[in-house]
Design a protein around this ligand. Structure first.
Ligand SMILES: Cc1cc2nc3c(=O)[nH]c(=O)nc-3n(C[C@H](O)[C@H](O)[C@H](O)COP(=O)(O)OP(=O)(O)OC[C@H]3O[C@@H](n4cnc5c(N)ncnc54)[C@H](O)[C@@H]3O)c2cc1C
Length: 534
């Protein structure tokens, strides 16, 4: 039996939300931050374009609120959006004070504009490496704090519930050693689930584990039908769906089809700077070939942009493109939409509380309703700062007791060698990806969603076999998480018989405010969906 470790607070995830919460908690007790790989490997690290923040006073704040509400297509939870825009400037100022370096000209912070923002308010760092700089600054502050410990290359496999409270969690390290950690509170800041689709801008760690851990512990999920697809990911055969930041369109990029037409003129008067869902569906449509499954190339074009050195402004993107023989000044860049951001997640109140005592969530894994049906570009790094800090404060205010986390069952030995298990999991995930792309992608309809649900149920049954015969592994946990998340997306998408934001139903193409100006709430343990206004 392993020893029982103990910490006051357990934070799952070392992205912007988890690190910000850890810094809030650290003056009041021991914090253990767990992350599946090295600290820097998170969605946060890959964020390019920037962080949206209104630092010019109350008029600017009011406009940021309005832009967030408009992009969210009638579903933004106003109180959450108000908290974001009102508290954002202070959180960013603290971050700068704490050592984050945003790009400047002299003393003045540089600001860019992105889609659906009414004015330039996006701070950026090192051109197009904003997330890496924010993550670096927060991690450095955390590493200097004696009360914060990190468990890297460690996967949380399970939450322990005792007397109705979350009392601890089981942690699996990369050598396969399992350990139970007792704690007073758990904060899930485990990020998104882009890996549920085959084309995603997200790194390998984004498998929805946080949502699955919370769901199994009895937490409700919300707005899971709204998965944001980014319109401009690189489309080269055999190359990952590398993100081509919205900031490229902010600096004047055009989108063209294979006939050279600037097609956004036919879709939205805001052209390339229309909200993401509108642009993503337009790119998807223009990329459809004549026969089912056939595709046509679509391009991002900056060849006309003069007076700015694109290599200097976007060094990371330019460097990546150069590896593939492409140059923003000289070439059209082939693009396609890719799964990017989970608007839904673990349902929380404005302070990160879930419906399970002692369990909190923040960042992309959580859902306050802040993004409505469509996140405004560059609002999520700010969300991590604001709601990470709020969750930290709520945990402290709630003053939870330490309950007995008990001892975990000894881990079973694998009755099957690793290789066949890997093969089985690979096949299950391929089927899941294919169904999610086809049935729950940018365009959905009833029959496809039902077909997707049937396939998801088959995948869930198939996962039982490796789960019963193999010792716990990160890959198995991730496959189980992805399958649960897929089920939640499909069920929520089936229930919302309208089109809104990122959720487009070919069989219900209109927005239906009379019935659906509400958030979906999914209770996984009862497999029940309801709609609630908040
Ligand atoms: C390519 C890209 C570009 C983006 N650009 C921008 C941008 O310009 N502006 C913007 O605002 N947003 C952007 N976003 C979105 C934004 O980066 C994320 O929404 C945000 O960083 C999420 O932060 P987080 O702290 O919630 O989660 P993450 O940063 O994703 O961190 C999740 C953490 O959880 C850990 N974890 C997950 N499961 C487990 C488990 N079972 N056990 C232990 N640890 C676990 C991971 O290892 C990781 O440390 C971008 C996203 C991507 C992918």
């Amino acid at each position: 039996m392993n020893s029982i470790a103990q910490t006051d607070f357990l934070v799952i995830g070392a992205g912007v939300a988890g690190l910000r919460a850890a810094l809030e908690l650290a003056p009041h007790g021991l914090v253990l931050v767990v992350t599946k790989e090295a600290v820097r490997e998170s969605n946060t690290h890959y964020a390019q374009g920037g962080i949206a923040v209104a630092m010019e006073g109350s008029e600017d704040v009011a406009l940021h609120l309005e832009d967030t509400i408009v992009a969210g297509d009638g579903l933004v939870a106003h109180a959450a959006a108000e908290a974001l825009v009102n508290e954002g400037p202070l959180r960013v100022a603290e971050l700068i004070e704490g050592g984050a370096n945003f790009d400047r000209e002299g003393d003045t912070l540089l600001r860019t504009r992105e889609a659906a923002h009414s004015r330039p308010r996006i701070l950026h760092a090192n051109g197009d490496a904003t997330g890496a700089e924010i993550g670096r600054a927060l991690a450095e502050l955390a590493r200097k704090n004696a009360n914060i410990r990190f468990a890297e290359w460690t996967t949380v496999t399970n939450l322990v519930i005792a007397d109705g409270y979350v009392a601890g969690a089981d942690l699996l390290d990369r050598d396969g050693k399992l350990e139970r950690v007792a704690t007073r509170a758990v904060l899930i800041a485990a990020g998104g689930a882009g890996q549920v689709y085959s084309h995603t801008t997200n790194p390998a760690v984004a498998t929805g584990d946080g949502v699955a851990l919370a769901a199994r512990a009895g937490a409700e999920l919300a707005d899971m039908e709204f998965y944001q697809f980014h319109p401009t990911a690189l489309a080269l055969p055999g190359v990952p769906a590398f993100l081509l930041s919205e900031a490229l369109r902010g600096e004047g990029a055009y989108l063209r089809n294979d006939r050279g037409e600037r097609f956004m003129e036919r879709y939205d008067k805001r052209l390339e700077l229309a909200p993401r869902d509108v642009v993503a569906r337009a790119v998807f449509r223009e990329g459809m070939g004549a026969a089912p499954g056939e595709t046509r190339p679509v391009y991002l074009d900056m060849r006309h942009v003069a007076g700015i050195d694109l290599h200097k402004r976007f060094p990371g993107i330019s460097g990546f493109l150069a590896q593939h023989g492409l140059d923003l000044h000289r070439n059209q860049i082939p693009i396609r939409p890719a799964a990017h951001y989970m608007m839904g997640g673990i349902r929380i109140d404005l302070d990160g509380r879930t419906n399970v005592r002692g369990l909190y969530a923040a960042g992309e894994a959580a859902c306050t309703g802040l993004h409505g049906a469509n996140r405004l570009a560059s609002n999520s790094l700010l969300e991590g700062l604001v709601f990470g800090a709020r969750a930290g404060r709520a945990i402290l205010a709630d003053g939870l007791p330490q309950t007995n986390a008990g001892q975990r069952e000894p881990a079973k030995q694998s009755a099957m060698p690793i290789e066949p298990i890997e093969t089985i999991l690979g096949a299950i995930l391929r089927e899941l990806h294919q169904r999610m792309d086809h049935c729950a992608g940018l365009v959905r309809e009833d029959a496809g969603l039902r077909e997707g649900l049937a396939a998801q149920a088959r995948c869930s049954v198939k996962l039982n076999e490796p789960a019963q015969v193999s010792a716990p592994s990160r890959r198995l946990i991730e496959a189980q998480s992805l399958c649960l998340v897929a089920g939640a997306i499909l069920r929520s998408a089936l229930a919302r018989t309208e089109s809104r934001g990122a959720h487009f139903r070919a069989d219900y193409p209109q927005r239906d405010d009379a019935h659906f100006r509400k958030h979906s709430v999914y209770a996984p343990q009862q497999d029940a969906i309801r709609f609630e206004a908040w």
